[in-house]
Design a protein around this ligand. Structure first.
Ligand code: ZN
Length: 84
């Protein structure tokens, strides 16, 4: 029940699978988005505050972040995590 664990505030999801954990924040209120494994095992980030009901797909957010860094010559050597 990883999803339940994440929803009640605790999580046992390994943070290395969520490199943007703590960096993504809610546009509405500024709270950090939480990692969550959505249906089907897809890695996602969710807002804990209710401002945004849709999950942010982790692979998409990480790819966009990587591309933005890469365009400035700042991309990490290890690249982006494998999408689940
Ligand atoms: Zn919010």
């Amino acid at each position: 029940m990883k999803i339940f664990a994440a929803m009640v505030g605790g999580t046992n999801l390994p943070d290395h699978l969520y490199p943007l954990w703590g960096l993504l924040v809610c546009k509405g209120c500024g709270l950090p988005l939480c990692p969550i494994e959505s249906a089907g095992g897809r890695r996602s980030y969710r807002s804990p505050c209710g401002c945004r009901m849709n999950l942010v797909e982790a692979a998409t957010a990480e790819r966009l972040t990587y591309e933005a860094l890469d365009s400035r010559g700042l991309a990490p050597a290890e690249g982006v995590p494998e999408s689940a």
